[in-house]
Design a protein around this ligand. Structure first.
Ligand SMILES: *Cc1c(COP(=O)(O)O)cnc(C)c1O
Length: 360
């Protein structure tokens, strides 16, 4: 068996310890004589898996009691619709456009009401986060929406926008559990787990209780109503059981690493190695304004598309995989999520140094 360093943006690298544990429990989960994949979601064993997972993410993020944690399906993209369907009482929402995911979310919300794009960084290919300290937040806005870490462009909100009292909704798909957060600043925090937490198929929604109501837009399907899932503790219908089980293992793994403070420290250390190299390289260049750089997704270019392609190909041959940039941006992108070891980033930088010497 040989594992590569996988820099994929998602689905992405998972902790090796977690994969080994899951493998060991595959045929017989703790004396049940079956795999978690094969068991009833109403069984005692699964009930323990989901309640433990919820408690562990509550501990990690310090989630207050007046927030629910929901394990749903449909990916982050389904939330683009679910959020307005449940929250748009006035049929108005403000969106801050910092990349493709926020753009898609705004476009979807437009199906349900008026969307005000109150800030954008599209003028410079989303290479920065706009100043959000004094935005023209709409008086009747039901919420203000951000994509907190922009997976494709490699930017991150280091400071949350001033929403002037309006509910903040954040897509944290690509920075989930990468550093401590103050949950009380948000109405909803949500993310697909396949970037930083688990296998594709689970989306975690952390939602303040007052936002969970029966008063949703007319025609909202039962399955797209937060209240359905909150009342049923994420067991209204068959949940993505195996995915939740793996998420639970990752929560335990993060706890064992020392929690979110420790994750942040590790992530900063990893990102620094790469950014420091980029800042002095004569061949490679980071594409993001330094103050807005993500700890998770690091895009870079040589400025020459053929050379970029050569780099991606040779890196793969050296066991450094999935470094091709997003199809809308080109160049390269290294996603260095929680489970990417420090050694992986060092190996990447060593390879970049060698490539620079050979190709300059
Ligand atoms: C990947 C990603 C999405 C889309 O997630 P799906 O689960 O594929 O719908 C949305 N937002 C962000 C920030 C992402 O990184």
């Amino acid at each position: 068996m040989s594992r590569v360093y996988n820099f994929s943006a998602g689905p992405a690298v998972l902790p090796e310890e977690v994969l080994k544990e899951a493998a060991a429990e595959m045929l017989d989960y703790r004396g049940t004589g079956m795999s978690v994949m094969e068991m009833s979601h109403r069984s005692k064993a699964f009930e323990e898996i989901i309640t433990t997972a919820e408690q562990d993410i509550r501990d990690l993020m310090n989630i207050p009691d007046n927030y629910k944690v929901l394990f749903l399906q449909g990916g982050a993209s389904q939330q683009f619709a679910m959020i307005p369907m449940n929250l748009m009482k006035n049929r108005v929402a403000d969106y801050i456009i910092t990349g493709q995911w926020a753009k898609k979310a705004a476009k979807e919300a437009e199906k349900f009401g008026k969307v005000n794009r109150i800030a954008s960084s599209e003028d410079k290919t989303f290479s920065y986060i706009p100043d959000c300290s004094d935005l023209p937040v709409s008086e009747d806005a039901d919420y203000v929406y951000i994509c907190e870490n922009n997976t494709i462009y490699g930017t991150k909100f280091k400071e949350l926008p001033n929403t002037k009292g309006k509910t903040l909704v954040a897509d944290v798909s690509s920075c989930f559990l990468s550093e401590p957060v103050d949950v009380t600043k948000y109405g909803i925090i949500y993310g697909g787990v396949q970037k930083n937490i688990g296998p594709a198929g689970v989306v975690i929604v952390i939602i303040r209780e007052d936002l969970i109501t029966e008063d949703v837009l007319p025609g909202t399907p039962t399955m797209l109503t937060y209240k359905t899932h909150a009342d049923a503790k994420s067991l209204y219908n068959t949940p993505p059981a195996y995915g939740i089980y793996i998420c639970g293992k990752v929560f335990k793994w993060i706890k064992a690493q020392g929690g979110l403070e420790a994750m942040k420290e590790k992530n900063e250390k990893k990102a620094k190695v790469l950014y420091d190299f980029l800042d002095q390289s004569r061949l490679f260049k980071g594409t993001v304004v330094p103050k807005d750089r993500s700890l998770m997704n690091v895009p870079f270019v040589t400025g020459d598309a053929d050379l970029d392609a050569k780099f991606v190909k040779e890196a793969k041959e050296a066991g450094l995989e999935n470094l091709k940039g997003h199809r809308t941006v080109g160049g390269m992108r290294a996603s260095i999520y929680n489970a990417m070891p420090y050694e992986g980033v060092v190996a990447l930088v060593e390879f970049m140094k060698k490539f620079e010497e050979e190709n300059l």
